[in-house]
Design a protein around this ligand. Structure first.
Ligand code: ATR
Length: 279
């Protein structure tokens, strides 16, 4: 009897990852025989764990915080979108033994914003909070939607300014500190800081969300994040966390690995229902 193909997500910490659940639902839906596990892998053991996983017959990996830049470095070849992001969340072992790196985060966010939540980004003013690896992964696909302006606000202003230089050829992008946001209004505010994970909120002017605007937190948790709650208080039309993006980026990884695209909507609905009953 043949063994099921093996996949995993590496991260640190990893215990709250929903990825094994998502890929199990995808596998059941598409009739694919595979095993997907979550492994706690600290950065100093990342390379040896990747090599051991693939040497031991593993077929593909997801890499999450704080391993995406290391995964980018480790890959032998990279997709165009991974090259742009300088971060990799999906690794695939190719038939010739080489490791291919892709980044499915940006397309995952876009699918959730556009297809699942019904937001049209063309001509809008977008604000991204934070200028780390998560922001890097989503800039190119957001700019491809042709917003009127995309502002990156970060605690460390220089990091935001570096990104504007790197991505300025793709559209009207601007970097600043949080203090420079006073008096400005945005149609979509995306929280890409690590602040949510520690229960904090970046300092935001009270009237920064335009009427009819929306909020999106790249992080997700069992309870609404502080930023999702902030958006609800500001009457955001949509104030969502990143569970939809997580499912969408996973679907794109599944497609790369298995050549089949699973349906995401029923999986998002299942996870939402599980969150409600876990309360
Ligand atoms: P990731 O890969 O998740 O983006 P990262 O590269 O460590 O993680 O980036 C974390 C981002 O969250 C950075 O923009 C960081 O701001 P700095 O560049 O100034 O460090 C931001 N961040 C982390 N904690 C924050 C907090 N308490 N308030 C505001 N921003 C915070």
């Amino acid at each position: 009897m043949t063994q099921p193909d093996r996949y995993a997500v590496f991260g640190h910490p990893i215990e709250h990852s929903q990825s094994p659940r998502i890929h199990a639902l995808f596998a059941a839906q598409t009739g694919q025989d595979l095993i997907y596990t979550a492994e706690d892998v600290p950065p100093d053991r990342f390379e040896s764990c990747v090599r051991a996983f693939f040497d031991g017959g593993g077929r593909g990996l997801n890499c999450t915080i704080p391993l995406k830049e290391m995964a980018w470095l480790l890959a032998d070849n990279r997709s165009a979108r991974a090259k742009r992001a300088r971060a990799v969340n999906t690794l695939l072992l190719r038939g010739d033994g080489s490791i291919f790196g892709d980044n499915t985060d940006g397309i995952g966010l876009l699918r959730d914003l556009r297809d699942n939540l019904g937001l049209n980004l063309a001509g809008t003013k977008i604000l991204i909070l934070g200028a780390g690896g998560a922001t890097r992964g989503i800039l190119a696909p957001l700019l491809a939607e042709r917003p009127d302006r995309l502002v990156i606000a970060n605690r460390t202003v220089a990091t935001a300014e570096t990104l504007t230089v790197e991505f300025g050829d793709l559209g009207p992008v601007e970097g600043c500190g949080f203090a420079a946001l006073a008096g400005r209004r945005f149609d979509l505010i995306i929280n890409a800081t690590a602040a949510s994970l520690s229960g904090e909120l970046p300092p935001l002017p009270a009237d920064i969300l335009a009427p009819g605007g929306s909020c999106y937190d790249l992080a997700y948790a069992a309870e609404p994040t502080p930023f999702v709650r902030w958006g609800q208080e500001k009457q955001a039309v949509v104030s969502a966390d990143g569970i939809g993006m997580l499912v969408e980026q996973a679907a794109e990884a599944f497609l790369l690995w298995r050549g089949v695209r699973p349906q995401t909507r029923p999986v998002i609905e299942t996870l939402e229902a599980e969150r409600r009953t876990a309360k």
